[in-house]
Design a protein around this ligand. Structure first.
Ligand code: NAP
Length: 249
C-alpha cells in the first residue's frame, strides 16, 4: 500500500480555484493535506467551496496586494499552528506587447502579481513555516526562453526562479527547502488566454513540444507534490521543468 505523501500536513496554495492551482489543491487533498487557498472570482470561489467542503478553506484574497497577503497569513494562523507547505502559484500574463509598446501600467499589472506578489507571499508566510517546511514557487519555462511580446512575464518568471535559490539560502538552516516548478504550455484558462482561444495556435504550440501535446494541470501538480513532500528531501533550490521537453530539446 502506498502512503499518502502529505498526510496530516497543512498547505497554503495561492490561486487554487482554477487551472494548475486547482489541480495542486486536489492532488494535495488526495495526498492527505489540509489546504488553505485563494481566488478572486466569486463564482469560481463558490464552485471550489462546494466541491471541496471543509477540507479546504477558500479565501477571497488578491495575491498582488499586501493587504490580501496579510489576510492570507492571518487565515493560515487561524487554521493551523504552522504551515508545512507553501505553493506560490498566482501569476498572469497579458496579450503580447512588444517592449517598445509596454507602458508602466501594463508592466506593473504583470509584475505586481508574478514577482512582487510571489516575493511578499513568501515573506508573509515564512514566519509561519514549520522547520523542514517546503516552498514551491510556480515559475515558467518563459523565464528561460525569450519569447517576443512577453518581456515582463518572462522576466518576472526568471525572478521567481531566482527567488527559490535565495529562499533556500536564507531558510535552509531550518531545513526549509524552496524549489521552483516551471510548466510549459498547460491546458488552463490562462493558456487559452495566451492562444486567444484559437485551436490552430494551440496546435502550433503543441507541435513545438517534443511530446507533441499540451500538458495537463495534473502533470504539473504531480511535480509540485513531489517537491512538497519528503520524497524530495534533499532537493533544494532547483527548477523542476514540466514541459514535455519543450525547453530542453
Ligand atoms: N497554463 C500554462 O500554460 C502555464 C505555463 C507556465 C506557467 N504557468 C503559471 O502557472 C500558474 C497558474 O497558471 P494557470 O494557467 O493555471 O492560470 P489560470 O488558469 O489563469 O488560473 C488562474 C488562477 O489564479 C487565480 N488568480 C488570478 N489572479 C489572482 C490574484 N491576483 N490573486 C489570487 N488569485 C488569483 C484565479 O482565481 P479566480 O479564477 O478565482 O479569479 C485562478 O484560480 C501561473 O503562475 C502561471 O504563470 C502557466
Amino acid at each position: 500500500m502506498t502512503r499518502a505523501l502529505l498526510a496530516g500536513q497543512f498547505a497554503v496554495v495561492t490561486a487554487g480555484t482554477s487551472g494548475i492551482g486547482r489541480a495542486i489543491v486536489e492532488r494535495f487533498l488526495a495526498e492527505g493535506a489540509d489546504v488553505l487557498t485563494t481566488g478572486l472570482t466569486a463564482a469560481r470561489i463558490a464552485d471550489a467551496r462546494a466541491a471541496w467542503g471543509d477540507r479546504v478553506r477558500v479565501l477571497h484574497a488578491d495575491a498582488s496586494s499586501l493587504d490580501g497577503l496579510d489576510e492570507l497569513a492571518a487565515a493560515a494562523r487561524e487554521r493551523s499552528p504552522g504551515v508545512d507547505v507553501l505553493v506560490a502559484n498566482a501569476g498572469r500574463d497579458v496579450a503580447a506587447t512588444l517592449i517598445a509598446e509596454t507602458d508602466a501600467t501594463a508592466f506593473d499589472h504583470v509584475s505586481d502579481l508574478n514577482f512582487r506578489g510571489t516575493f511578499f507571499t513568501a515573506q508573509r508566510i515564512a514566519p509561519l513555516l514549520n522547520d523542514h517546511a517546503r516552498i514551491v514557487l510556480v515559475s515558467s519555462i518563459a523565464g528561460t526562453n525569450g519569447g517576443p511580446g512577453h518581456a515582463v512575464y518572462n522576466a518576472t518568471k526568471a525572478a521567481v526562479r531566482s527567488l527559490a535559490r535565495t529562499l533556500t539560502a536564507e531558510l535552509g538552516e531550518r531545513g526549509i527547502r524552496a524549489n521552483a516548478v516551471s510548466p510549459g504550455p498547460t491546458a488552463t484558462a490562462g493558456f487559452d488566454q495566451f492562444t486567444g482561444g484559437s485551436e490552430a495556435v494551440a496546435a502550433a504550440v503543441a507541435e513545438m513540444v517534443p511530446l507533441r501535446r499540451i500538458g495537463r494541470p495534473e502533470e504539473v501538480a504531480a511535480a509540485v507534490a513531489f517537491l512538497a513532500s519528503a520524497e524530495s528531501s534533499f532537493v533544494a533550490g532547483v527548477e523542476l521543468v514540466v514541459d514535455g521537453g519543450m525547453s530542453q530539446v
